[in-house]
Ligand binder design. Structure first.
Ligand code: SAM
Length: 318
C-alpha cells in the first residue's frame, strides 16, 4: 500500500476547504460564483460547518476589504500575498467588485497551483476575469499577469525561495501589503511559520498579517481535532504552539509586530448584526447552537499590523 507523503496529506486539506466553501456558497450564505468551478466533487455540509465557513469568510473578507479601502482612501497602491492560497477565490471576487489590489499574489505547493492554473485555463468563468496578457510559467504551475500572480513554492523556504520568486514577479516590499494565511500556518512547524511572520515585520514597513487558525487543543473538542490530525499523520506542533487567543495575539508581539488582536468565531458570530442573523436563519435552521459555539470557540482570526498611516481594522466591520 502506498502511504501518502506528509506534504500530500497537507495538500489534500485544500480539497476539504474548497468543498466547504462551495457548500456554504450554494446554500446561500454568501455569493461566490467561482468556487464551484474549482470543486470536482461537491458535497453538502452540515449547518454547523456552513455557518463556520461563513464566519471565517466574513471575518477575513471584512479585514481584506477594510485594508484595501484604507489604502485607496490614502491613494496608496496595495498588494495582497495569500500564503497557502489553495483554491481560494478572493482575487476573482475582488476583481469582479472592482476592488482588487494593485497586485494579488498567491503561493502554494506546485501540486496545488498546477491544478488551479489548469482550472483557470479551462473554465471560462475564471479565465474571463483575468486581464489580457497573462501567461503561465514554470511548466504550468504558475500564472503571471500584471495584477494576479500564482507562484509555486514551499513556505518552509519563505525567505530563501518564496520571497525572491515573489520579487521576480513584481512584489514590492515598500508597498502596503496584506499577508493572508487561511488555515495554513497550523500545517507548518512553528519555526517556519514564525520565520514568515518575523520576516514580514522586519522587511515590510506597512503591513498587515491575517491568519485563520484552529485553537483550543486541550479540551474534549480540541482532543477530537488532535485525534483527527493524528489519524491523518499531520504534525501537531503548529496547533500546540499557539493554543489560545492570548498566545495567538502574543505571537505577533514576540515576532516584532507593534499591534495585534485575535477573535474566535463564536464571538464573531454573536456580534453579527441582528438582520444578518435572521438572514442566516432563513437559509437553514441551526438547531445545534451549542455545538456551533463549541466549534466557533476552536477557530480564530488573528491579525496584526504595522503602519504609520493605516487605521486599526476590525473583522466585524463590513
Ligand atoms: N487558504 C486556502 C483556503 O482557506 O481555502 C487553503 C487552505 S488548506 C486547509 C491549506 C493550504 O496550505 C493547502 O493548499 C496547502 O497546500 C497549503 N500549504 C501547507 N503547507 C504549505 C507549504 N509548506 N508550502 C506551500 N503551501 C502549503
Amino acid at each position: 500500500m502506498n502511504v501518502p507523503s506528509a506534504d500530500s496529506v497537507v495538500q489534500a486539506t485544500n480539497d476539504d476547504a474548497t468543498v466547504s466553501r462551495c457548500s456554504a456558497s450554494q446554500a446561500g450564505y454568501f455569493h461566490d460564483p467561482f468556487v464551484s468551478q474549482l470543486v470536482r466533487r461537491p458535497a453538502r455540509r452540515s449547518p454547523v460547518i456552513n455557518r463556520g465557513t461563513y464566519c471565517r469568510l466574513v471575518g477575513l473578507q471584512n479585514l481584506i476589504r477594510q485594508f484595501l479601502d484604507a489604502c485607496r482612501n490614502q491613494q496608496l497602491p496595495s498588494q495582497i500575498v495569500s500564503l497557502g492560497a489553495g483554491f481560494d477565490t478572493t482575487y476573482f471576487l475582488l476583481k469582479t467588485d472592482q476592488k482588487a489590489p494593485n497586485h494579488y499574489f498567491e503561493v502554494d505547493f506546485a501540486e496545488t497551483t498546477a491544478k488551479k492554473v489548469m482550472s483557470i485555463q479551462r473554465k471560462s468563468a475564471l479565465k474571463t476575469i483575468l486581464e489580457d496578457g497573462w501567461t503561465t510559467g514554470n511548466g504550468g504551475t504558475e500564472l503571471w499577469s500584471y495584477d494576479y500572480t500564482v507562484i509555486a513554492g514551499d513556505l518552509r523556504g519563505f525567505e530563501t525561495t518564496v520571497v525572491p520568486a515573489l520579487e521576480r514577479r513584481g512584489f514590492d516590499r515598500t508597498l502596503p501589503t496584506l499577508f493572508l494565511s487561511e488555515c495554513v500556518l497550523i500545517y507548518l512547524d512553528p519555526t517556519h511559520s514564525d520565520a514568515i511572520i518575523r520576516w514580514v515585520s522586519q522587511h515590510v514597513p506597512t503591513a498587515m498579517f491575517t491568519t485563520y487558525e484552529p485553537i483550543g487543543p486541550h479540551d474534549a473538542f480540541g482532543q477530537m481535532m488532535v485525534q483527527n490530525l493524528e489519524m491523518r499523520r499531520i504534525e501537531l506542533k503548529g496547533l500546540l504552539a499557539y493554543p489560545d487567543l492570548a498566545s495567538q495575539q502574543q505571537r505577533y508581539y514576540d515576532l516584532g509586530w507593534p499591534s495585534a488582536q485575535a477573535m474566535d468565531m463564536a464571538t464573531l458570530y454573536a456580534q453579527l448584526p441582528p438582520g444578518e442573523l435572521q438572514r442566516l436563519m432563513r437559509i437553514e435552521i441551526l438547531d445545534e447552537l451549542e455545538e456551533f459555539n463549541l466549534f466557533g470557540r476552536h477557530y480564530c482570526i488573528a491579525w496584526a499590523w504595522q503602519s504609520r498611516t493605516l487605521p486599526l481594522l476590525d473583522p466585524l466591520t463590513a
